[in-house]
Design a protein around this ligand. Sequence first.
Ligand SMILES: NC(=O)N[C@@H](CC(=O)O)C(=O)O
Ligand SMILES: [Zn+2]
Ligand SMILES: [Zn+2]
Length: 441
Amino acid sequence: MTAVAHTATETTTPLLIRGVRPYGEGEPVDLRIAEGRIAEIGPGLAAEDAEVLDAGGLVALPGFVDLHTHLREPGREDAETIDTGSAAAALGGYTAVFAMANTDPVADNAVVVEHVWRRGREVGLVDVHPVGAVTVGLAGEKLAELGAMARSSARVRVFSDDGQCVADPLIMRRALEYTKALDAVVAQHAEEPRLTVGAQAHEGETAARLGLTGWPAAAEEAVVARDCLLAEQVGARLHVCHVSTAGTADVLRWAKRRGVRVSAEVTPHHLLLTDERLTSYDPVNKVNPPLRTERDVTALRRALAEGVLDCVATDHAPHAPQDKDCEWAAARPGMLGLQTALSVVVEALVRPGLLDWRGVARVMSERPAEIAGLADQGRPLAAGEPANLALVDPDTRWTVRASELASIAGNTPYEGMELPAAVAATVLRGRVTAYQGGIRA
Ligand SMILES: NC(=O)N[C@@H](CC(=O)O)C(=O)O
Ligand SMILES: [Zn+2]
Ligand SMILES: [Zn+2]
């Protein structure tokens, strides 16, 4: 077997980033970057032969890591491709994304995950790590070849049937046993399918008023509780996708206190939006799990700030117009997220004082990198470390326009909304991938 270097060391022109504030703290400093690493940090560094990037007033953070992205390639290139999704990721400050397995064909074997991995490398804007399916065809019946995907050149370490729940407890237990042996993790889309037949919205007042079949909170919470107990018994790690209810945060708090090796993500939309938006019947607000109540949003924000929820993951879910611009019941669930994530986190957590920039680095970069076992992402901003960076303008405001986003699909729930803060530049191993809203291929 020919060995393929997992992450390339690229020879790039040296870069001098002038006047940034690492983690938004202290006086502005310069970062000198050479051979993909931070070579030196200090005030007034000499430019010498380096390309100078004037970053006065910007906050430097480690490049963001998204544990939950749908890139739709292979199979739905009319909604997103690895190319356009990588551009959206780079523009959003991301240096690594995990591409979910619910493609067509499903990423349940080494051939598909190697294709996604290789295509991500060719595009070169962000590290694209394929997620492997837990079960063949996401059907929940037979375990996929987890070992073959782990040993492939894509070196899969995150497995998920996302879009579907691994509902059978015996299959889930086996999956945890295998992933434990592979030093990998199962990311569970927690949804008890018997409780969500025909579900269209959060089960509550709004759904009742609008005549929509409800998705009860317990459909999520019961699976999370069950999986925490299974993970504890097996001694395996578990990751919970898109936590959406206050009750799930309570279950996770309990499980973590008990010593269960569980981590969890929350999406930007579950941190900002509520089911009151459904009143318009605009399918742009349709998503799984559904938008919940104000009480849930408040609890999720607090749980993220406390560390009960580990990280923010976008669940970037592009859909072609024919799947989204239709009646509510027929529309696919899912929302764009890569280019708005940072701004939504600033709006929902930084501005209310629940997170500072250190906290943003933790939930958008450090913790997701740790959960996925990425050694070269989510690292401290220090000399000798890989130069994977997001440079953020903390003071600007911008209005979201789907037509201006890099994704092929336009299903953003933030259309026309003014949001704070913007990613001014992204650096992947010393190479500028995005700058002032444009891609630098
Ligand atoms: N979140 C969604 O509403 N949709 C996702 C699937 C998923 O994340 O469950 C999709 O693939 O479109
Ligand atoms: Zn899901
Ligand atoms: Zn998803």
